[in-house]
Write a protein that binds this ligand. Structure first.
Ligand code: PHE
Length: 467
């Protein structure tokens, strides 16, 4: 390993940071609601299978690439392909994608922070008032929240790998677990909680369809922070002695467990708020769930525990989501940060300033595309719909390029870097890996059906989204 490259202080530090990246807004609300809508236990089962058989090999491959190259994603593709120009496109996409997704994720994190701040100021009743969210996103206060979130993210990142990213993860992740468990315990005591649990867990295989499967896989892929260069970057900061295979499993288990437990918080809460809820009618979007539906539900708790009590529960909930979002945001901004530092040979500080300015401008434009500024709100037309600047970023990078990045990565590690290189790296630090079933499975899956599935998702998205 290179002597002056920054490193995580321990394997635990790395696992927490990677899990911090994986556990995000999607786990806490998006996952539980889609599980409940799309077959409960059946969805949970399929999701778990996707995580184990499709996402885990990709995760291991990303980590292996990063640790082998000891470089940012762009540099890793360059080095491991022996400076093959073709592959620099994959390297470029693996850095551009997190840069753009950082913008989209920042917008939502800023809203979460705004809701947290308003709850702390005693305004839960305002947050729960009809149509409030529409007013909130077009209020100039969002720029103040944006500034605060930007400062927090940069304060963490400027500390570097050990003192910044790792310390933040070691503080925020345990806090997140405690808050999550606390909320689950509380919510399960509410009336009708068990109806929600039942809906979440009892399998209904009739709900399975091609689009549910596609949605579950995309969700698992995004939730594990794949295709964004994040794990390449984080794994470039670990030691050759670390066990990548074992660490990947830990990260995947933590991420999936948090998502699963979040369901035990969200669904009982929804059913106690309205025992006659028809989950198939719940909104698909985490955004409208978090910002529109949940404040009303949280305010209703005041009948039980008073306004202050309800505000405290709401505050804990928004803080939980905020912590999850911050550790994800940090990981995604670290990718272009590392790339600028290494490819342009500039300091961390300089890289962060450049990124704060560039992502800052794009985040402001995105934030103004919800009605504040007309041309940004109706920015472009495709797929028979008018799309905002924010929609465009979301559709292109999250929905379209993400599976493409996964596809390119699979092809790269198995056909260009070659299985022997990948296996050698995975065997480092992981006893008993070579010759095991795991090795055979990883080699086979990454070179055959996983790229085919990712290609199918990519083609399907392009065909349905844009034409
Ligand atoms: N895993 C995150 C989530 O579920 C996704 C993400 C990771 C987004 C990193 C941005 C950065 O919300």
């Amino acid at each position: 390993m290179s002597a002056n490259r920054e490193h995580f202080s321990s394997r635990l530090g790395f696992i927490l940071a990677a899990a911090g990246s994986a556990v995000g807004i999607g786990n806490l609300v998006g996952f539980p609601v889609s599980a409940a809508k799309n077959g409960g236990g059946a969805f949970l089962l399929i999701y778990a299978l996707f995580v184990v058989f499709i996402c885990l090999p990709v995760m291991m491959a990303e980590m292996a690439m990063g640790r082998k190259a000891q470089k940012d994603p762009f540099g890793a593709y360059k080095l491991l392909s022996n400076h093959d120009k073709k592959w620099s496109i994959a390297g470029f996409l693996a850095v551009l994608t997190p840069f753009m997704i950082a913008v989209f994720y920042m917008v939502i994190t800023v809203w979460i922070f705004g809701f947290l701040a308003q709850t702390a100021l005693g305004n839960l009743d305002v947050l729960a008032s009809p149509k409030y969210f529409g007013t909130f996103i077009n209020d100039t206060n969002v720029f103040i929240y944006m500034l605060i979130v930007g400062v927090i993210v940069n304060l963490i990142l400027v500390g570097g790998v050990k003192e910044g990213i790792e310390k933040a993860a070691k503080l925020l992740m345990p806090a997140l677990f405690v808050m999550l468990i606390g909320l689950v315990v509380y919510v399960l005591t509410l009336d009708n909680a068990m109806a929600g649990v039942r809906y979440y867990i009892v399998p209904d295989f009739e709900k399975m369809s091609a689009s549910v499967l596609n949605g579950a896989l995309s969700q698992a892929f995004f939730s594990l922070s794949l295709g964004m260069g994040i794990l390449i970057t984080y794994a470039s900061y670990i030691s050759k002695k670390d066990d990548i295979v074992g660490s990947s499993k830990m990260v995947a288990i933590t991420d999936s467990l948090v998502a699963f437990i979040a369901g035990l918080m969200v669904l009982p809460a929804i059913f106690s708020f309205n025992p006659n809820t028809d989950p198939s009618k719940l909104s698909d979007s985490s955004v409208s769930m978090i910002f529109d539906y949940l404040p009303k539900l949280l305010l209703a708790l005041q009948d039980d525990i008073g306004y202050v009590g309800a505000s405290i529960v709401a505050g804990i909930f928004f803080l939980l989501v905020f912590f999850a979002a911050i550790t994800s945001l940090v990981s995604i901004v670290e990718v272009p940060t590392a790339t600028l530092m290494e490819e342009k040979r500039i300091s961390r500080k300089k890289a962060l300033i450049i990124l704060a300015l560039t992502t800052g401008i794009l985040t402001v434009l995105s934030t103004m595309s919800f009605g504040m500024v007309d041309w940004l709100t109706s920015f472009i037309n495709y797929g028979d719909a008018q799309k905002s600047f924010f929609d465009l970023i979301y559709d292109v990078f999250y929905d379209t390029i993400l599976p493409l990045n996964g596809l390119l990565l699979c092809l790269f590690v198995t056909y260009r870097w070659k299985k022997s290189g990948l296996n050698e790296e995975l065997a480092q630090g992981s006893e008993g890996y070579i010759g095991s079933f795991t090795e055979k499975y990883i080699n086979f899956s990454l070179s055959t059906f996983i790229p085919v599935i990712l290609l199918a998702i990519f083609i399907n998205t392009v065909a349905t989204k844009y034409f």
